[in-house]
Design a protein around this ligand. Structure first.
Ligand SMILES: [Zn+2]
Length: 123
């Protein structure tokens, strides 16, 4: 688990996170433009090339910059996947790291990802 996290931070350093495609293959996704690249592109040199050609102005940004963009991108996804959220769920999307959060109120399918995020950003 810790290994995987380090692995994904290496990608985030150059503006990428990974998404699971339908066939459970991890693909790189740009946190700046939400483009999903092919699984063959999941090499730091290729991802870096995307960053430098598409987002040259952000090429030298630090990890914190990309983390913020990853969170924004995540929030957009929540809104896309759960457009009808109300009450507590909506509060969760708007303030995903609130201390008063009740994890059991999150839809099952996003709980794992969410807990991972809490581990990454919460403490
Ligand atoms: Zn991009």
């Amino acid at each position: 688990m810790a290994k995987r996290r380090k692995y994904s931070e290496d990608y985030l350093n150059i503006g990428f996170t990974t998404v699971l495609a339908n066939n459970a293959v991890e693909k790189p996704e740009c946190v700046l433009c939400d483009v999903v690249l092919s699984v063959e592109s999941i090499k730091p040199s290729k991802l870096k090339r995307h960053l430098e050609t598409k987002h040259l102005e952000h090429a030298e940004k630090d990890l914190e910059f990309f983390k913020r963009h990853e969170l924004q991108s995540l929030e957009k996804k929540f809104q896309r996947y759960f457009p009808e959220l109300t009450g507590e769920e909506e509060a969760l999307v708007r303030h995903p790291f609130s201390a008063t959060l009740d994890v059991s109120s999150i839809p099952d399918e996003v709980q794992d990802e969410f807990l991972d995020l809490l581990n990454d950003f919460g403490a």
